[in-house]
Design a protein around this ligand. Sequence first.
Ligand code: SF4
Length: 284
Amino acid sequence: MNIIIGKNSGFCAGVKYTINKTEEELNKTNGTVDCLGELIHNKQVVDSLESKGLRVIDSIDEAENKVIIRAHGISKNIYETAKIRKIKLVDLTCPKVLRIHKQVEDFSKDNYFIFLFGIKNHPETIGTFSFCGNNSYLLESKEDIDNAILSFKSSGLKDLLIISQTTFSLSLFDEMTSIISDILAPDYNIHIEKSICNATSLRQLETEELSSKVDLMIIIGGKNSSNTKKLYEVALKNCKNVVHIQTKEDLDLDFVKTFENIGIMAGASTPDYIIDDVYNAIKQ
Ligand code: SF4
């Protein structure tokens, strides 16, 4: 049996930084820190931080301590509420997400209409969309393009920014951008910002390559993790047998045993020890 683990598997720089900083805060405060939403989409990591005192809250109104803002970032109104209520924030929004917030705000001030590509109920998208201003439209799939264009045209604006969530699908970004450009150019000015994070792009490209070489592809990551779901979709395009698991316990080893060549790829919120556990379980 041949098992290949993708080189770009697991924690990205943003997630590593977030976890380290949260642990530092927990040490400094003897475990009295709140976190707005689960820090990352990985149950095992969240459970471990909770056991050290991290309290996950669903709304800023529940804050009792310093509040950690996770890598996904937050909406403009949450910053405003925290300021009014004098809640101290430990802002661990990934710099790549903050950059997108600044870009959409700047383009909006310059009278651009904004098309934001992203998963509609994802915290990062909700946060970024709040910085886009009124002249904006959130698109999750090709089905949203017609309404987005109607909304843009009815705004009377001539300039359009296309930008996306950091973990959006690379291929879908290109496809949607090309459809929109075909409809609007040359009558409108379109500025395209390929804001998909490098860590995400590399992981998706490697998953594409690896899944075309193996008989079974195992994708490890949280069930709510947007970047992990994308990896699963990318792998399915090239490989008939793809499974999405969170830990080794989810693996059907009798099924796995029937394959010769197995590829493993893990999302940005998956710690190395979970990847190693899966690898060792298969090897044994
Ligand atoms: S995937 Fe990219 S944007 Fe998201 S936290 Fe990691 S480094 Fe930051």
